[in-house]
Design a binder for this molecule. Structure first.
Ligand code: SF4
Ligand code: SF4
Length: 700
């Protein structure tokens, strides 16, 4: 009794010393981060988040098999923590049992059941890792770049914990020290195997098994705090302190030391964006420490899937490794001491091509089971590069200059913003002063909707449908400028603030209350980001409004559009804002239209490649994202390709035009907005789709 108590306590003291030393370092490293923005720490919402995502494993279950395997192991750890308490108790008293419930049959059964389920879980994990080996599948493996050796070691250690636990419990049954008379079916099975060895051997096996089980658990504890399995402890915290409802939709304003930076009068010491690892908040550092290296983000990333160097997983892992490497410097009294590796730059922690490959599509954030906020970190690093270093892709400079001088990315200017109204069979009211009382919606046309030829057709279609339904609407005409979305997402927060404030002032002066937008990016910015500048409106996307008008019978699609139709979910409408049903509802009401869902749709939609200001940057590395998406679309053999955002329509039309030039069979299809399909059905006699499609590529 005494020797096993001494050995058990000595092992525990040693493990706690090494794990504690490491935990203290990690804690101090986290404390070295900047404060978070106000409002992030709200305990009630956090507890709910943890219940659903951590205890309920909500996000993990999106991938059923790996999700179930993880849930078995996770729940197994929770239940088997009780056996750890029993084991420590048995160091002091061999027939120890938990108070109150300690001898209940159901407890013995539950503990053994979770030994079994955890074993099933680790076998499933092993199977997954063998099936999706980077050595066999290369970049397509979600584990590409993950620390696979550590993952295998952990599986092996869990396996060892399980069998040593059963060994100890089985021997306990034979020595009469087992707390349960019934229910522990696995322990009893092991006991039957050990029984012929006799009492003395079972005494020895009981002690050896107990010390072995405790020793492996303690070694596991030390390993966990030194490896990616740290997420066992940090994931509940990371989920609890993540942005709610999710780190999608709005970007955060620029914060310095927990306070928003006033771009009209920035302080001398204000740090803009993230230019060094210590510029990240403690939540950012916690994000990096929490990555499980599962690769779910990587598997969905359009940049990674088209051969770019950006993998959200590898980005986060690189920042974590850098933070740890910088720990001595960050925790030193003299922070200026020591050579620094640049955060972004050639030979830096993040290569420029990695940073600028991101489309801010949010697929990584959507997938991450531990709520890491990749897009926020990427944009924060871009902000530093653009506003402090002046380092960004040269092609984007033209777009930024145009935004500054003309208020739109193409530099066409205010005078051309009314061109789309020419030729409409009714007059489109332009707001002068206050919005008249008979006008229900301010129609936010957007730069592409006003200035791009394809966007103009969508704008005309929406205007005609609103007119047909008797919805009063008006436009700002030349008083509208870019919402600032591309400026914000490329990292030029100063320019975003300038454009956005000007628009908010215009909308406020006009007395706007309800706004309808056709561009998914405008919709997102107006609805989610203008409130940061005091602009609060009821913003709807045109598909939401049109679907409602159809449902209310104010628009009646009657003419058949006999076509197989695909629908591409724009990232900023779907994933960022959860608008999935309205475009599908519209298509469902169009007689003859048959929706062919794309394999990657709704939350898992694949980006068109235009977001994050990528629309105005070259794409020289890998294959083009829009071609990847176009091939997926064409594989459905559609007659009509639809989207609900002018950016997506342009990118898909570009892809279709290229495939047409290459002579691909089935590429002779029209790319259009859902609104145009509805208009065709509401107003026109049946038009064969082939006759409605036009030759040639889109206009950029
Ligand atoms: S936002 Fe999209 S493109 Fe950017 S890292 Fe995440 S998945 Fe990749
Ligand atoms: S960032 Fe999230 S999704 Fe990506 S590997 Fe890490 S834990 Fe997995």
């Amino acid at each position: 009794m005494v020797p096993r108590m001494i050995v058990g306590l000595a092992m525990t003291a040693a493990a706690f010393f090494f794990a504690g030393r490491r935990s203290l370092l990690l804690y101090r490293l986290g404390r070295a981060g900047q404060p978070v923005e106000p409002g992030r720490i709200a305990i009630g919402a956090r507890a709910w988040a943890d219940l659903g995502e951590v205890l309920g494993q909500r996000k993990l279950f999106r991938w059923p098999m790996p999700g179930l395997a993880h849930a078995f192991v996770f729940w197994g750890f929770l239940v088997l923590a009780l056996t750890l308490v029993e084991g420590y108790g048995a160091l002091f008293q061999r027939d120890f049992h938990l108070p109150v419930i300690g001898r209940a049959t159901w407890l013995g059964f539950t503990e053994d059941l979770f030994v079994l389920l955890t074993m099933v879980g680790i076998v499933a994990f092993a199977r997954l890792r063998l099936w999706d080996r980077p050595a066999a599948t290369g970049r397509r493996s979600r584990f590409f770049g993950s620390h696979l050796g550590a993952a295998w070691l952990v599986l092996f250690m869990v396996f060892n914990v399980l069998w040593s636990l059963l060994l100890y419990r089985g021997a306990q049954v034979n020595t009469g020290n087992f707390p349960f008379a019934d229910g522990a079916f696995l322990s009893e099975a092991v006991a039957r195997v050990l029984r012929p060895l006799g009492r003395t051997a079972n005494d020895l096996i009981e002690t050896a098994g107990l010390l072995l089980a405790l020793g492996i658990v303690l070694a596991f504890l030390v390993l966990v705090v030194h490896s990616k399995h740290l997420h066992i402890f940090t994931a509940p915290l990371n989920v609890a302190f993540s942005r709610r409802p999710r780190a999608l939709g709005a970007l955060l304003p620029v914060y310095c030391a927990g306070e928003p930076v006033d771009f009209s009068d920035p302080g001398d010491d204000d740090r803009i964006g993230r230019g060094a690892i210590e510029d990240f908040t403690w939540k950012g550092l916690l994000d990096f420490a929490t990555c499980t290296e599962c690769g779910r983000c990587q598997s969905q990333c359009p940049a990674w899937n088209t051969g770019k160097p950006l993998s959200p997983k590898l980005l986060v892992m690189g920042l974590r490794d850098h933070a740890l490497a910088q720990a001595p410097y960050l925790l030193a009294d003299d922070r200026d001491a020591g050579a620094r590796r640049p955060l972004v730059g050639k030979g830096g922690v993040v290569e420029p091509d990695v940073l600028w490959s991101c489309t801010t599509c949010g697929a990584c954030v959507e997938q991450c089971p531990v709520d890491i906020e990749h897009v926020d970190h990427i944009v924060d690093m871009r902000r530093y590069q653009v506003l402090v270093e002046g380092a960004f892709p040269a092609e984007a400079a033209v777009m930024l200059r145009n935004l500054e001088h003309a208020g739109d990315p193409w530099g066409r200017g205010a005078r051309e913003r009314l061109a789309w109204t020419v030729g409409l069979p009714f007059e489109v009211p332009v707001v002068e002063g206050r919005i008249p009382d008979d006008v229900e919606y301010l129609f936010w046309v957007g730069c592409a909707g006003a200035l791009d030829s394809r966007g103009q057709r969508t704008t005309q279609a929406v205007a005609e449908l609103l007119h047909e339904a008797g919805v009063g609407f008006a436009i700002l005409g030349g008083a509208e400028t870019c919402t600032g979305d591309p400026a914000r997402r490329i990292g030029n927060e100063y320019l975003f603030q300038t454009l956005a404030q000007s628009n908010v002032d215009t909308l406020t002066a006009a007395g706007a209350r309800k706004v309808v937008a056709t561009c998914a990016h405008c919709f997102n910015t107006l609805a989610n980001e203008y409130p940061q500048l005091g602009g609060r409106y009821e913003v709807v996307h045109h598909t939401q409004l049109l679907a409602r008008l159809v449902a209310e019978g104010r628009l009646v699609p009657v003419a058949p559009v006999d076509a197989t139709v695909t629908y591409h979910d724009p990232c900023y409408l779907g994933r960022h804002n959860r608008v999935f049903a309205p475009p599908r509802d519209i298509l469902a009401h169009v007689p003859g239209a048959r929706l062919a869902e794309l394999p990657r749709s709704r939350e898992q939609s694949f980006c068109c490649g235009a977001g994050g200001a990528r629309m105005w940057m070259d794409e020289p590395i890998g294959t083009r994202i829009n071609e990847n998406r176009t091939d997926e679309v064409l594989a459905q053999r559609p007659d009509l390709v639809t989207a609900a955002c002018p950016y997506c329509v342009v990118m898909l039309a570009d892809g279709v035009a290229l495939r047409q030039q290459q002579g691909r069979a089935g590429a002779d299809v029209e790319v259009t907005d859902v609104a145009e399909v509805l208009l065709r059905s509401v107003r026109a006699p049946a038009v064969p789709v082939a006759a409605a499609s036009e030759p040639g590529g889109p206009q950029r």
